[in-house]
Design a protein around this ligand. Structure first.
Ligand code: AMP
Ligand code: ZN
Ligand code: FE
Ligand code: FE
Length: 282
């Protein structure tokens, strides 16, 4: 079985619709795909409908969280998509996503790259979750940069010249909310992009022991071989499930091809067993 549990559709900042994403998964011979759009469950219904008998869609989301002010991402699998406290928190995060736009546009204008809110809206389309990649797409459309990566590398990276901070959920609260929604919380790419500074072994241990975090991504394109070799035994020692996923964003992100990383079937089976046993969403 081939299992890729972290992907994004155009319902957040991926470039494939949920239907296109599921078709692509089937074409590539994937048996299971986890749809984990940023801060929304809105793509799940379409993905499930498109899946038919070819491929299983595991319902998920990727929550924008923070730890001591640093941005960290939390995956939640099998959450009840109607659990109000979680929905309220996601709405708050999405409001923050839109709210920071004027500051980003002012910074870009000062850098000689004026964009209007309408330019951004054209890229966002029907997505309820406005992300920096949409701003990057608007920059590409205006010819300011060649692609998303150049926009991030020069201007939009965390703390970059066109970056604006936004509200995100404390990760401890995020883990609690996912569990209350009968889901399984997993930290996404914990040691990618310098996050090992905040998500130290001691902090991961606290999240596992006191907050009942249940897994971490180990095999992820943002983790080097060395990082994986250090993270895997730590995950085992803390009793955390070790997932592997592509974090595919369609054409929007290089080196994140669908199924470039996968989760072992035993880990997937355990994930499903836990979701089922607590009455979560499958
Ligand atoms: P946002 O959700 O608006 O904070 O944007 C975060 C998203 O932008 C991530 O989920 C990635 O898809 C993308 N992203 C963040 N940092 C980078 C980077 N340095 N290079 C490329 N893409 C990035
Ligand atoms: Zn993304
Ligand atoms: Fe992420
Ligand atoms: Fe992601």
């Amino acid at each position: 079985m081939r299992i890729d549990l972290h992907t994004h559709s155009s319902v957040s900042d991926g470039t494939d619709t949920p239907t296109q994403l599921v078709r692509k998964a089937a074409e590539q011979g994937l048996d299971v795909i986890g749809l984990t759009d940023h801060d929304t469950f809105d793509g799940l219904r379409e993905a499930k409908l498109a899946a038919g008998a070819d491929v299983v869609v595991l319902p998920g989301l990727e929550m924008s969280c923070q730890l001591d002010g640093a941005s960290v991402h939390l995956l939640g699998y099998g959450c009840d998509p109607h659990y109000e406290p979680l929905l309220d928190e996601l709405a708050r995060v999405r409001v923050g996503r839109t709210g920071r736009l004027p500051e980003m546009l002012a910074k870009l204008a000062a850098l000689g790259m004026p964009l209007t809110e309408d330019d951004i809206a054209q890229q966002v389309g029907a997505s309820p979750s406005l992300g920096r990649p949409h701003v990057a797409d608007a920059m590409v459309a205006k010819g300011y940069v060649a692609d998303r990566q150049e926009a991030f590398d020069k201007y939009l990276y965390d703390g970059g010249p066109a970056y604006a901070n936004r509200y995100s959920c404390d990760i401890r609260r995020g883990i609690e909310l996912v569990r209350q929604a009968r889901g399984v919380p997993v930290v996404a790419h914990p040691w990618g992009r310098g996050r090992d500074r905040e998500l130290t072994p001691a902090v991961l241990s606290e999240l596992a022991m006191e907050y009942r975090l249940e897994g971490v991504e180990v095999d992820h394109p943002d983790h080097s071989a060395q990082t994986r070799a250090a993270l895997r035994p730590l995950a085992e020692r803390l009793g955390l499930l070790a997932l592997g996923s592509s974090d595919h964003h369609g054409l929007g992100k290089v080196d994140h091809e669908l199924a470039c990383e996968t989760t072992p079937v035993e880990v997937y089976d355990e994930l499903v067993r836990r979701i089922r046993s607590r009455g979560g969403q499958l």
